[in-house]
Design a protein around this ligand. Sequence first.
Ligand code: CTP
Length: 486
Amino acid sequence: MTRNIPEPILGLLHDIGEVAGTGSYLVGGFVRDLLLKRPSLDIDIVVEGDAIRVAQALCERWNGTLEVHAQFGTATVAPENTDLPKVDFVTARRETYQGSGTLPIVQSGSITDDLRRRDFSINTLAMRLDQTAFGTIVDETGGLKDLESGVVRVLHNRSFIDDPTRIFRAYRYAGRYGFQIAKNDARLIREALPVTAQLSGERIRNEIDRVLLEKNAPEIVEQLTELGIWETICAGWQMSSDFASDFRAAQRAIAWASEHLADEAFDQAFVRWMALFGTQTPIYQIEALSFRLILEHRLQRLVSPAQAENRQVSLEKVTHVIFEKLGYPLSQNAVIEHHNGKWCIVDADVSIGKGKTYISGDGSLFRVETRLTAYKQLKEALALLKRSVKPSEIYRLFKPYPTEALVLASEGTTVAEWGREKIRDYLLVLRKVQPLITGKDLIAFGEKPGQTFKTRLWQLFAAQLDGEIKTKEAAYSRLEKINSNG
Ligand code: CTP
């Protein structure tokens, strides 16, 4: 078993066993992946007793740097040799859940307690590090058998209710390793499903982020869709049926950006989320989700507390009558949910077919704005684009969009090749063009700042982008011509 561990890591593990003695174990993902012969760099050590003291001693031995979280009894050591991975030390602990979807109460405990608090049997395998039994596997819950037969299984019937993030985790492991979720667990998952509604936005977002990092994300998302998890998280959320192709486009987009835009800020997670929402999720739903999952968004105030008071309504309550009084009538099928301490009102408004999302809280009424809608909007704009479009029109069309949305669309299979070429040309060439004539030049030329000034600047820049003017002199004579024509 230990022969599959890379030599430098084996050295670290022997050091830990030597320093900590009995009661030190390698646990979790590393052991699971080692047995599956998959490489892993996630080194988690459980110590019965004082993990921080052990980490301090090893930090000295490895000449490393130490990060201590005393309140959690955990520490991380980064060895001086940066070719070696960081090592996380945790004091063995026992956990008790007080309420569904909330974080557990933690006390110190034995290795058995520590393994039994975990999610799935395949994650409860530990490897002894003490010199007398180095490499011996501790299997308290039948993890080895489940690993062999490819089964994801919880340790007790309340597991998913205690922590519904485990629903995502079960599908993630099953999708990653091609495992089956145990039959009884599939039933437990269905029973615990409504509890996912109680999870905080951050916790759900983290889980989805981790699903989107998996190579098999489309298959995992499909399983979660079959389960009906999206609607539980946010009213009306239906997964886009194009996700698989948008996800592949996101992967290509990320690879393309790492090669061609390496020196620019490029948010890979943002690309994956835009792919998840795709082009089928309505704008108002993307807005509601950006609020629910605390993704990138901002709240634009529609009604202030003073304005609400003038109209004699309190925005702490949400009713159709209040919205009517404020001038934002809701349709009959508007759905009201409480998320992140505020009311989220999703009005699909099928009669008009547009839909709106409002947030009400702190005595104010808000609309949500998010850049996550950019991919959907860009694809709609691209559908109207003509092949003969001029570079200046391309520039004006693409400028408001985030780079991430443009790169994603340039990899989209439903965009014509010439359209994709235009996006790449914009990203690599057009958007970097420096204007021959700046505002300063125009002032020196005697123009006064204002609307006409702005129009002139754009006209000159557009002519430059379209190749009509190539020098400053040509730009000035064009300006004179425009001015003399009024
Ligand atoms: N764990 C748990 N319940 C959770 C999250 C984590 O019981 N909701 C436990 C699991 O036993 C897991 C360990 O904490 O082995 C560490 O969690 P994490 O780092 O998320 O697991 P890995 O197995 O390292 O995940 P991955 O392979 O995806 O990195």
